[in-house]
Write a new protein. Structure first.
Length: 116
């Protein structure tokens, strides 16, 4: 029986200049073994959250916060196990306007959750 599993993590708070495999590998050593990052993370398409794949002990459920020093500056990094798959929040600025939506649009920017 295998006592390890692969899981996707969302990484919040990581500055964009630190988005590379060496940093991901270093950060995940206390948690498990870094495998890879998703395409959007690798291509720096969305810099709000990194999504990385790691190998961890089977019994662990990850929801951790660490203080990590990068270039002598400390960042608070949040690791959350991604159980829902890739999901991004996008703002529709050129969206179609239906009757009654204009007032809502003025009060709130329309946001949609896009599953990929």
């Amino acid at each position: 029986m295998d006592n390890e599993r692969l899981t996707w993590l969302r990484v919040f708070g990581l500055p964009c200049h630190a988005w590379n495999p060496k940093v991901f590998d270093f950060m995940t050593k206390p948690l498990g073994h870094y495998v890879c990052s998703d395409e959007e993370t690798s291509k720096h398409k969305n810099l709000d959250v990194a999504r990385i794949l790691i190998r961890i002990k089977y019994c662990l459920v990850l929801n951790e916060t660490y203080n990590i020093s990068i270039n002598e500056k400390v960042f608070i990094i949040k690791f959350v196990e991604d159980v829902r798959g890739p999901m991004r929040i996008t703002v529709n600025i050129h969206g179609n306007k239906k009757k009654g939506e204009e007032d809502l649009r003025k009060a709130w920017m329309m946001m949609t959750v896009e599953n990929r």
